[in-house]
Design a protein around this ligand. Structure first.
Ligand SMILES: Nc1ncnc2c1ncn2[C@@H]1O[C@H](COP(=O)(O)OP(=O)(O)OP(=O)(O)O)[C@@H](O)[C@H]1O
Length: 661
């Protein structure tokens, strides 16, 4: 199947050929194949496992080391209460519709979105809109003309309504989506059957800790909660100084209703999440913002999206923060760091944009949110979410557990303040409240200043008052002045206490890897189309292909020496000693994305020189083993490019034929 999506060389992207390469070269496959496979679960073979490990290494260096973040490894099994407090138990759900005849489960918003988009596409074809766009491509023109024959033109008003519905889809409740399904006669596209009304399904995998069902738990749907609950440890580790950031790389689990699009929507995936804790006073400034202020990013803001356009604008982040397009410096700083990370791992930067969340997409507590989206053959795909989560997470966990999740700022000048304080007659309170006495004392101290003042006035006028105490069985307690009174007392404070705000960049590694593989894929069109994966030398799973020119035992000592030299520099390599032609060996290893080939030929036997081939240009240089290994070592560390090497080392013209035999 071809799509409108183009490779880095401007060729039509052939997804079937791409997927066949991934299968052939054992990049990935659906898990548990001998048992019929499970949707949404994938196993990675050696090349993809290695690619992931290289990308993670760069991520660690780019964020954890360079930004001095505190790396954490938190438990994946998470007690029910934690996710109840975070809101996941009640709200981490999607709506699904069932096809009653086939039993197929469809995610309601995807179903509506897909059907309306297909109708709009068909309408465009019927109006000939696409045909005009691609006039220069006769093959496509023919295909579109054919499609247009079966296309259905929509009424202008209907077309507008569909477009509006698609833009607002995130706003619909289950009931609302049910009405849309009826109104637009939306059916299961595969069977044509009517579907049942949407029902809400929580996306977490539930389990229990220990043998008793009294301790329900979930597999975590994100790594973030563990990081929030480690806040006090992190604060201690950073000597109480803010801002600081924690980072966690680990698996998350979501029981997606309709896993699809390969690695893009799966049920178990690797996340790399950062929680940057910052004092909300001072506008969430970032100490290193000035170093990135001039970097321009492709930003697709809310206003542009509302106008129906999807074209991002290149804006310097300094300007974007100044005009409040991006809410604050810390958020802006991270958008730039995400951009630089993507560039480092070899993402095609023409296929990257930052899309601002529409108001209706954001969580109620978030103050701004941008997704880093990568374009692949499935369309623009959110690969990193970067949100300002305000003080929400720490506040809710503090409230639920009574643990202090605050930071303190030492005041330059101590301040004297007056505040209402409960003065409890413990001799009377103890016998009266018995086992609840401590909980009641804590609750009285935790009351707001306003409430303390109000309670004192009530007790003075009415002789008694009622105080809510969630922690005791009765849920409330009656107090009077013989037991407690609230007094205004002077107090000198030397610090300010606050709940830090959190900026969270959240990376889905699988989606990034998949997009990176598509961005790296192209075909060399010489004698026959040959697939190439142009992984940059820094991320390539294997760095070097070692090829003796022919199967000849004479080469063995030189190969052994070369192996030792590559090993000494920790360069991963593969030896291809099969009897096929050198050109064929190169091209089948181009499919693995190996950036360099070192050939040992008969000249090497005389003078010890080897040839080094660059995968993308197929150009070669000839030099001593030491020079070649040094050049490779520098290139895989990103310290030198092929252009630098070509400028330094003599070219080798006796290029082997690239064609297969
Ligand atoms: N089912 C999934 N499969 C693979 N990666 C995922 C999946 N769900 C989320 N991610 C990745 O985790 C990142 C952070 O998760 P987040 O909760 O922000 O995603 P989300 O907004 O729920 O994604 P979506 O709207 O696509 O379901 C995403 O940017 C994405 O890269």
């Amino acid at each position: 199947m071809s799509t409108d999506y183009l490779t880095q060389k401007g060729q039509a992207f052939d997804r079937a050929a791409f997927e066949s390469l991934l299968r052939r070269k054992v990049f990935l496959w659906q898990s548990f194949e001998p048992y019929g496979s499970v949707k949404g679960l994938f196993d990675y073979g050696p090349p993809l496992e290695q690619l992931e490990s290289q990308v993670i290494q760069i991520w660690r260096d780019h964020f954890i080391r360079s930004e001095k973040m505190m790396a954490l490894k938190c438990s994946m099994l998470t007690p029910y209460e934690v996710l109840k407090t975070s809101g996941h138990v009640d709200r981490f759900a999607d709506y699904m519709c069932k096809d009653p005849k086939t039993g197929e489960i469809l995610r309601s918003d995807h179903l509506i979105g897909d059907v309306l988009e297909a109708r709009l596409k068909s309408d465009k074809e019927a109006r000939g809109e696409k045909i005009e766009e691609k006039e220069e491509d006769p093959k496509k023109k023919k295909k579109q003309a054919k499609a247009a024959k079966g296309a259905v033109k929509l009424d202008d008003a209907v077309r507008k309504e569909y477009e509006h519905t698609l833009a607002m889809l995130d706003d619909f409740t289950g009931e609302g989506m049910g009405e849309l399904i009826k109104k637009y006669d939306i059916r299961n596209p595969t069977s044509g059957n009517e579907v049942e009304p949407p029902v809400s399904v929580n996306l977490m995998f539930q389990t229990q800790i220990g043998a008793s069902s009294n301790s329900p738990a979930f597999l975590r749907p994100e790594t973030a909660q563990g990081q929030f609950l480690s806040f006090q440890k992190l604060l201690e580790y950073s000597d109480g100084q803010l801002p600081f950031a924690s980072a966690s790389i680990g698996y998350s689990f979501r029981n997606e209703l309709s896993p699809r699009a390969g690695l893009l929507r799966v049920r178990e995936f690797l996340m790399a999440e950062i929680e940057h804790f910052v004092d909300p006073e001072g506008g969430k400034a970032h100490p290193k913002f000035h170093t990135v202020a001039d970097v321009k990013l492709p930003l697709l803001n809310r206003k542009t999206q509302s106008s129906g356009s999807t074209k991002p604008e290149m804006v310097a982040i300094g300007e974007a923060v100044k005009t409040k397009l991006v809410d604050n410096e810390t958020l802006g700083y991270f958008l730039v760091r995400i951009y630089q990370f993507m560039e480092k791992i070899g993402i095609d930067m023409n296929k990257l944009r930052f899309r601002q969340h529409m108001e209706n997409e954001m969580a109620h507590y978030a103050s701004d949110c941008w997704d880093c989206e990568l374009l692949n053959s499935y369309g623009w795909t959110e690969c990193v979410g970067c949100a300002d989560r305000s003080a929400y997470d720490l506040s809710v966990h503090e409230k639920a557990t009574g643990t202090n999740l605050r930071a303190r700022e030492q005041l330059k000048n101590p301040q004297t303040i007056e505040e209402w304080v409960p003065v409890i007659d413990k001799k009377k309170a103890g016998p009266k409240f018995k086992k609840d006495a401590k909980a009641i004392e804590n609750a009285l101290e935790a009351l707001s200043q306003d409430l303390k003042e109000k309670l004192q006035i009530t007790m003075e006028s009415e002789g008694k008052a009622e105080v809510p105490v969630e922690e005791i069985a009765a849920g409330k307690v009656e107090i009077d002045l013989s037991i407690v009174k609230f007094e205004k007392q002077k107090k000198t404070i030397t610090f300010r206490e606050f709940v830090p705000n959190v900026i969270e960049p959240s990376f889905g590694i699988g989606r990034i890897l998949y997009s990176l593989m598509e961005h790296s894929y192209w075909t060399r069109e010489n004698d026959e189309a040959r697939s190439v994966l142009s992984f940059s030398p820094v991320v390539a799973p294997i760095k070097v292909l070692v090829c003796p020119l022919q199967k000849d035992p004479k080469f063995a000592p030189l190969i052994a020496k070369l192996e030792e030299a590559l090993d000494n520099k920790s360069i991963s390599f593969k030896i291809d000693q099969t009897g096929v032609s050198i050109g064929k060996r190169y091209s089948r290893n181009d499919e693995l994305g190996i950036p360099f080939g070192i050939t040992v030929d008969y000249e090497a036997l005389d003078d010890g020189t080897l040839t080094l081939r660059d995968r993308d240009s197929t150009k070669q240089v000839r030099a001593s083993q030491a020079d070649i290994v040094k050049a490779v070592s520098r290139m895989v560390k990103g310290k030198e490019t092929w252009a630098d090497v070509v400028a330094r080392l003599p070219a080798f013209e006796g290029q082997e034929k690239e064609t297969a035999e």
